[in-house]
Design a protein around this ligand. Sequence first.
Ligand code: KG4
Ligand code: ZN
Length: 339
Amino acid sequence: MSIYILGIESSCDDTAAAIIENDIIRSNITAGQEVHRNFGGVVPELASRAHQQNIIPVIQTAIKTANINKNQLSAVAFTRGPGLLGSLLVGTSFAKAFAMALQIPLIEVDHLQAHILAHFIRNENLTNPVPHFPFLCLTASGGHTQLVAVQDHFDMEIIGQTIDDAAGETFDKAAKIMGIPYPGGPVIDQLAMTGDPSRFKFSKPNIPGLDFSFSGLKTSILYFLRDRLKEDPDFIEKNKPDLCASIQSTIIDILMSKLKMASDATGICEIAIAGGVSANSFLRKSIEKAQKRWGWNIFIPPPGYTTDNASMIAVAGYFKYLKGDFTSQSVTPYARNIL
Ligand code: KG4
Ligand code: ZN
């Protein structure tokens, strides 16, 4: 008999719902929020309001696309945190009410664990290999940059993380300085394709161990551009592809060097990447090169499962359902990482 789980994701600025039948995705719906584009980042209050508008149509569409009836659902899985509290509250409240009305179990999912578990998503046309335990995962998104040693689906240890800004945030902030609308990461990736990554040099952090720091790089980009703009007000426009390529390669080099250190320190060569920044074409190429150079066995998520989505919540919910790991109706969301 099939197990059907509804996954709901609302931690930031995407309202998403997915249906999984056992470990196979049947629908994956995401409504993004255009409202943040001109603000250079996500505005929390606007995000919660947009989630409230989107959540019912998104869930209805997910159930319809999966071609099931809501009464066939076995459980409702939702992102409990970390994320924006107002945004999380919308998904959490809906999940609680829906599970109660249908008299089915409620399953809480940690957003960062879910990004990693996206590697276990299958759909009928997707025959990607899944990582074997233990593996290392570099999770890089707009809110987080972590190196995680994954022993089992829910046995994960953070062995390194950013002490200030996240990698995706650095892409977005650099983009904002260059007048590129939010989220700037994908635009920088695109513009960098025709640029020279060695044209401009930016300072790299000198942080011992497996932790990351990106705030110095952000400041170095800001001061560099401020000085150049004084000499030539059109400096950014004239050099955009080279600037994007140079900024991108600096961020990815920082990520890759810590990933290599983590692999050397743990002896683990089963390497995965996850989170929005894992969509970056230069990171994907760098990981492929590392596979050949260092004999890594690499796992790159399909593009649709890198940025926030509900399939990753549904697959995490499925694994928890198998363990009988359910959540009480008194659950409340958490804003910060509690792993
Ligand atoms: O995982 P995600 O959707 O949301 C969070 O949990 O934060 O990640 C969003 C982040 C944004 O900072 C966005 O600019 C970045 O991922 N991103 C990229 C690319 N696609 C998304 N950064 C660089 N290159 C990309 N292709
Ligand atoms: Zn995310």
